[in-house]
Design a protein around this ligand. Structure first.
Ligand SMILES: C[S@@+](CC[C@H](N)C(=O)[O-])C[C@H]1O[C@@H](n2cnc3c(N)ncnc32)[C@H](O)[C@@H]1O
Length: 74
């Protein structure tokens, strides 16, 4: 994330297969490098989504399936 947000200048990220929130989540690392960085978290596990929505409240979290990427982009 430091390389992508820092050296590559990327500031929009899709984290597909987010998993359970932990310390140093993707958006925290990215925003420390570039405060403009925005992350959308995507997972297909309802349990993960409940935890992510509770613990990553300052981010965007959505249901989505990597095998159907067009539904995520829509
Ligand atoms: C091992 S966790 C990864 C956690 C985190 N991304 C990491 O690298 O530490 C894998 C996650 O991918 C999600 N996942 C598995 N298949 C998926 C799919 N087809 N579409 C979206 N998410 C999926 C699972 O629900 C799980 O939360």
């Amino acid at each position: 994330m430091r390389y992508l947000a820092g050296e590559c200048g990327i500031w929009q990220f899709l984290d597909i297969g987010t998993g359970l929130p932990t310390q140093e989540n993707v958006h925290q690392v990215a925003q420390r490098t570039d405060p403009r960085a925005r992350v959308v978290y995507v997972d297909n596990d309802p349990l993960v989504l409940v935890h992510a929505r509770a613990l990553l409240a300052d981010t965007h979290v959505m249901a989505g399936d990597l095998r159907e990427p067009w539904t995520i982009f829509e």
